[in-house]
Design a protein around this ligand. Structure first.
Ligand SMILES: Cc1cc2nc3c(=O)[nH]c(=O)nc-3n(C[C@H](O)[C@H](O)[C@H](O)COP(=O)(O)OP(=O)(O)OC[C@H]3O[C@@H](n4cnc5c(N)ncnc54)[C@H](O)[C@@H]3O)c2cc1C
Length: 438
């Protein structure tokens, strides 16, 4: 399997096997067969690249190309879990205040909410049915101590951000959402929801195309010249552009010289989807809600009941691409699912897959540029909604506007980048320990 940390390029002609491929078709676009000149070239056909393209086109930029190494949505955007979350990165609100001050944290909070609105605006402008579920993102306490912390954080959000978050006691949760054997209570953000991620990325692509954006698939960029003569090499052809946008996120080949080299850690996350639950399984597990759920562990599990009554269950995966197909990773997810919902002890996996998220050293996304190369990345696994607004801000940067966000700073370099995976392994050991004691 493609491993961005070890690769100089990402090969074309690949596909993934996410469950969403059973629900809708992959869109088809031409490839690059000649040298060409564009005003803006966007590398990467996921939410970030397409949102940026849409907002550039809306601002009157005419000659825009999106170059995607495989098919549109090949990266995270076509294979994520479809959780629309009021947030991005890994920092909670208290940590945001410490890092960016109250004003900075408030502006991020507003962007988180604006990202959710913008996603819905873009998908409805595209006329796409993204299979939006009922509203609600549930953060589930994995220990009594964590339920206390969640209650304190709900109080903090109310007081400091005027943001209402509902507190749900354990018995109420098991009665009205799902009978969960490992949960001690929850808080519920009313503006989260679930969707079909592949339909969302297809919607963005159709919308970008309708605005005149040229989209190319199987168009892998193997070199980026960001000096005086900005250009990329794609399928062996020189593609010149005044400005280049890297929207390659966790799929960025880290051995290819670029402004993102040594600045992100690609991290694998795995997902399983079960067979549809029978009426009996649904009744015995009391699975009543399609709201999206994530626990409070350092090494988190996330899950949801899909519209066709399958359970999607995701969490940490292997460290390297090579290890990623080992069955132990999907079996770990199945075991956790069955321990959480014993009534599903006999349920089988019908589909499983993995994907690379992009983790920044400081655990937050950055929207920035290095000479003529612009980027937005580092969502740390929380980018379904935030990429809509990040792409919009990126477009503003590209046309020379200044952007209002504390995230408009350069991505920090990883110190000793060759040892990124040693650090990740140590973090996983520490996380496991922490999760069993707190
Ligand atoms: C399994 C999984 C579950 C997730 N679940 C959630 C969730 O529920 N909620 C949430 O908020 N976030 C989730 N995420 C994260 C979220 O999907 C991402 O943050 C978001 O999709 C990032 O979008 P993007 O456009 O920046 O990157 P991507 O969608 O990853 O797109 C990058 C694209 O760049 C292309 N590319 C890379 N290099 C080149 C090159 N050299 N030339 C041409 N093209 C190139 C890749 O092929 C890829 O298609 C999940 C991620 C995974 C993997």
């Amino acid at each position: 399997m493609f491993d961005p940390l070890l690769s100089r390029e990402i090969k074309s002609g690949q596909n993934h096997n996410a469950y969403w491929l059973n629900t809708t078709d992959i869109l088809s676009f031409p490839t690059i067969e000649n040298s060409a000149q564009f005003d803006v070239v966007i590398v990467g056909g996921g939410y970030t690249g397409l949102s940026c393209a849409i907002h550039l086109a809306k601002q009157g930029v005419k000659n825009i190309a999106v170059l995607e190494s495989n098919h549109i949505g090949f990266g995270c955007s076509g294979r994520n879990a479809g959780f629309v979350l009021p947030g991005s990165g890994r920092l909670g609100y208290g940590e945001l205040v410490k890092r960016f001050g109250k004003q900075g944290a408030l502006s991020l909070h507003q962007d988180y909410l604006a990202g959710i609105d913008l996603l819905q605006e873009l998908s409805s402008a595209a006329g796409s049915d993204i299979e939006r579920t009922e509203s609600g993102y549930l953060k589930l306490a994995h220990s009594a101590k964590w339920f206390d912390k969640l209650k304190t954080s709900a109080d903090y959000l109310q007081k400091e951000f005027d943001y209402d978050v509902e507190i749900i006691e354990q018995s109420n949760f098991c009665q009205h959402y799902v009978d969960h054997k490992k949960v001690f209570g929850a808080i519920r953000y009313s503006n989260g929801f679930g969707l079909n991620p592949l339909k969302l990325v297809n919607g963005y692509a159709n919308y970008a195309k309708s605005l005149g954006v040229a989209i190319f698939q199987n168009a892998s960029v193997t070199d980026i010249n960001y000096g005086n003569d900005p250009a990329v090499t794609c399928n062996g052809h020189k593609i010149s552009a005044d400005k280049i946008v890297m929207a390659t996120n966790g799929y960025t080949p880290q051995k290819m010289p670029s402004p993102l080299q040594n600045k992100i850690l690609p991290v694998l996350t795995s997902v399983i989807v079960t067979e549809p639950l029978t009426k009996e399984q649904l009744a015995n597990s009391n699975f009543r809600s399609q709201q999206v759920m994530m626990d409070t562990r350092e090494l988190k599990y996330y899950y949801r009941l899909l519209p066709d009554k399958r359970v999607l269950f995701g969490g940490r995966s292997a460290i390297t691409g090579k290890q990623s197909t080992h069955p132990k990773y999907k079996m770990r997810l199945l075991t956790e699912l069955q321990q959480s919902f014993p009534a599903l002890a006999s349920v089988n996996i019908s589909c499983d897959w993995t994907g690379w998220i992009s983790v920044a050293l400081d655990q937050m996304p950055h929207i920035y540029h290095d000479n003529n190369v612009y980027y937005s990345t580092g969502y740390c696994g929380g980018g379904v909604s935030f990429t809509s607004i990040a792409g919009k801000k990126l477009a503003d940067l590209v046309v020379g506007k200044s952007i209002e966000t504390p995230l408009a700073t350069a991505l920090p370099n990883f110190p000793f980048p060759a040892f990124r995976r040693l650090g990740q392994t140590a973090f996983y050991q520490w996380g496991r320990l922490k999760d069993s004691f707190t």
